[in-house]
Design a protein around this ligand. Sequence first.
Ligand code: ATP
Ligand code: MG
Length: 602
Amino acid sequence: MGDDTAPKRHFIQQIIDADIASGKWGPPGERSVVATRFPPEPNGYLHIGHAKSICLNSGLASEFGGRFFLRFDDTNPAKEEQEYVDSIVRDVAWLGARWEGRSDADPLAGVRFASDYFGQMYDWAVELIEKGLAYVDAQSADDIKAQRGTVTKPGTPSPFRDRPIAESLDEFDRMRRGEYADASRVLRAKIDMASPNMHLRDPVMYRVVNTPHHRTGSDWHIYPMYDWAHGLEDSIEGITHSICTLEFEEHRPLYDWFIDAINKDRGPGSKWGEPIHHPQQIEFARFVIDSTVMSKRHMKRLAEEALDGWDDPRLWTISGLRRRGFTPESVRHCVLDGGVTKFNAVVPMSRLENALRDDLNKRAPRRMGVLDPIKVTITNWGDHGDEARLEDLEAVNNPEDDAAGTRTVRFGKTIWIEREDFMEDPPKKFFRLGPGREVRLRAAFWVTCHDYVKNDAGEVVELLCTYDPETRGGGNPPPDPEGNVRKVKGTIHWVGDADAVSAEVRLFDRIFGVEKPGKATGDPMDDLNPDSLTIMKDAKLERALAEPTPDEPSWPDGIRRFQFERLGYFCEDAEASRAAGKLVFNRAVTLRDSWAKQSSKG
Ligand code: ATP
Ligand code: MG
């Protein structure tokens, strides 16, 4: 008590603390006193905002020793597809959420579907009709809408509102059996056409849809509306804290009304049975990233029209972030780091990228890769031994982690460096190669450029350098006879030709070039950044990137991640490699924030 050093608990944790203290959901210690869920609709891929909901809900369940459910809200047969179900299950698992019944043997083990509850929901709807709390309306959707009224003007009651209960029961049964055309009948709750809360003006509970459903086929010809179904799904699963985003705040009175209507006249000895569980809904602010669009409609267009599918590494879908090289830990850290509040705030993309840098800086082994190679010939290689010899040098795997050890990189007469690490006429502060300039090759030797070769087009195609055998390993050479110490300012990366592996490396930039896509024309697609993808087709990578060394760390998701010296963090894109028939790497993030002002590169 009164411990100021304890980290502040966010408002949902505080609600749960209080509920446990008061015994609201039963005796403390029972698993059932905290039950949460993630309820996606299978109509698209999950994005970084969903990751917040997943990490929050599953995190609370594990923090309090409770239960977490993964449940598909598959109440709309027209929009839902198995592909989405599969991708969502994979993403939730990848984030590390442990739902009830999860098993590594069967991806769908334990996964719930709202469609499993259609029978139960139907029975409850019949009960509401029998209690005089719901009726079948045969008006058109337009008429119903016209009668809703406005915030200042009460709605007009439907002519069907007071029809006999028996008539509604019969109509509802016919709706279910497929006797009616789509949208020709609805079941409505009989609440209050004058309520200041528009959601309570006799909302629709069921509509006729004759489209087959991806799981229940043609069993049903009516489908529950989200507002009717959602709270009931929570009730069936015994959800205690039903956590959702702020826009559902004004639906909460309706969810409460539905449960209360079912519980009306229930209790000991009642023909309806015992009252059903009444979850508590808690709303929090969405997680939104700047310079993005996060609605499913726009993301679907991006995925299908502008990009390489929903898992395009430029996209902020969970599958896109995974393919880009993000770790589940960095995503989880980023979405929970800012806390949980009721205030909408836009998070800069750099927060996500920094979370990844922090994680990979500690864990990713260092390697060398040259994305835009230019050949370097060491002209004095033969002066110090056999011209064809290769020298194995030790390179440190991770300066942040001594246990990561070293690996060998192979040096010889021909090596490759980055084209941009040479200038014919460099300014003074260019601490890389130029005529007469000396530079350190990481973990290898100091080399001096004394000449270069151009092709007919006038492009530099080869550098001629000498090396200093005294600098083996990269350390300083001994002082000259007068005691002068030679120094170099720059260290650059390289790959020896003897063990260079050819690869394709993909570099990414923001999909949108502006902070608020679509602001000018109304269509975000007008703000696409045409340079969001750069493909380096002829990169040269050190051998250890193609053939894993025995000490390479293993990643639980099987994705190999590295820091390429000076260039950023990269991951192997196994699927793209298979498709391209050669090694493909993706850059997850540069070493520093590329949108922050570029400081001079060393
Ligand atoms: P839509 O309902 O328009 O299809 P949606 O993004 O709400 O899109 P759902 O599948 O309904 O998708 O979302 C599943 C859960 O994820 C919901 O509980 C929702 O509140 C939560 N969620 C969605 N977007 C965000 C976000 N940006 N931040 C936090 N939680 C989110
Ligand atoms: Mg939704």
